[in-house]
Design a protein around this ligand. Structure first.
Ligand code: ASP
Length: 330
């Protein structure tokens, strides 16, 4: 009950100045203090979200626009719900209904939306860097909901919140990120966040699915699941992102599952209480066996989705609070 009450308003318990940024474009460059603020604030919303009367007036009068140039189910819905839980007006635009189809550029579209005075634009785009470009042109806050293979910051934050709630900490944990690292913005954002918060990160994948020089991000590289999963606390599986693949990266799905799909035999190498995670959407029988994905005791996959709403509420709230602070100091 206390947790819920403290979530009803920011009664000074959360120092939003710990996040001194107008946008959330990526995890790279965020301080551990800024990351912790978002996680702590998100954590305060979790109990509230489980109640029936779970609406707060915090963002009443604010407008959030979801602008998705690439398909999404959970991320878009999650941002929509997060905005609505905080009483913001939320508008969804997908590429199929936008004037991009009629030849307008990304920047033109952003400028058009900007003229309608949104407070926050939540943008997903298939090109790395497109969201940053757009953020430079508008005068509202921008949240990157995934840009190409670059970053997906709210996914890394919700993964971190899930880990922290299950394991009580992030610092010192051994995390394995497995699968299509090459095309994954989830992997990149998670590597930045986990390193910033003191975890040790390994990536496990066939050579063809590891980007050159990934060690420079502070990870250990493995090409074999047995050795890579040895004594890990967290096993994070990734989808094969075939929509980003040009050419052949593995011989067949069957062979990929045999060597890199997570099943109980491979999981034996990790710690007995290792947590299984996946950002979704999952390809059962490709990167993860169905029984492992559905293992109630060990899989946190559903919890990740739940944490997504709390994390996005925190991000929307903190960015809007910063906009208010900017306004009052002008
Ligand atoms: N949903 C995640 C993303 O947008 C992961 C995936 O699509 O595989 O990057």
């Amino acid at each position: 009950m206390l947790g819920v009450l403290s979530a009803l308003m920011n009664d000074g318990a959360f120092d939003f100045s710990a996040y001194p940024h107008r946008h959330l474009l990526g995890i790279e460059g965020l301080s551990p203090v800024a990351i912790s603020l978002l996680l702590d604030r998100a954590d305060s919303f979790v109990e509230l979200n489980r109640r029936h009367d779970n609406k707060l007036a915090t963002l009443s009068g604010r407008t959030v626009m979801n602008l998705f140039f690439e398909d999404s189910t959970r991320t878009r819905t999650s941002f929509e719900l997060a905005g609505k839980r905080l009483s913001a007006d939320v508008i969804n635009m997908s590429v199929s209904t936008s004037s991009i189809k009629k030849g307008e550029t990304v920047v033109d579209t952003a400028m058009t939306l900007n003229a309608m005075h949104p407070d926050v634009l939540v943008v997903r785009h298939n090109d790395a860097g497109a969201v940053k470009l757009l953020a430079e042109k508008v005068n509202c806050a921008v949240i990157n909901a995934g840009d190409g293979r670059h970053e997906h910051p709210t996914q890394a934050l919700l993964d971190a919140l899930t880990i922290r709630r299950r394991k009580g900490k992030i610092q010192g944990l051994q995390v394995a990120i497995c699968g299509d690292i090459l095309h994954s913005r989830v992997a990149r954002s998670n590597i930045h966040l986990l390193n910033a918060m003191g975890a040790r990160v390994r990536v496990i994948a066939p050579k063809t699915l590891i980007p050159a020089g990934i060690e420079r991000l502070g990870v250990e590289v493995f090409h074999e699941m047995g050795a890579g999963l040895k004594d890990c606390d967290i096993v994070m599986m990734l989808r094969l992102q075939t929509e980003r693949m040009k050419g052949n990266f593995f011989p067949s799905v069957r062979e990929y599952f045999h060597f890199f799909g997570l099943d109980y035999a491979k999981l034996e190498n990790a710690k007995p209480d290792a947590l299984i995670m996946h950002p979704g959407p999952m390809n059962r029988g490709v990167e993860i066996a169905s029984d492992v994905a559905d293992d109630i005791g060990r899989s946190a996959i559903r919890e990740q989705v739940e944490m997504g709403v709390a994390v996005r509420m925190a991000c929307l709230e903190v960015l809007c609070a910063n906009l208010s602070a900017e306004g009052s100091s002008q």
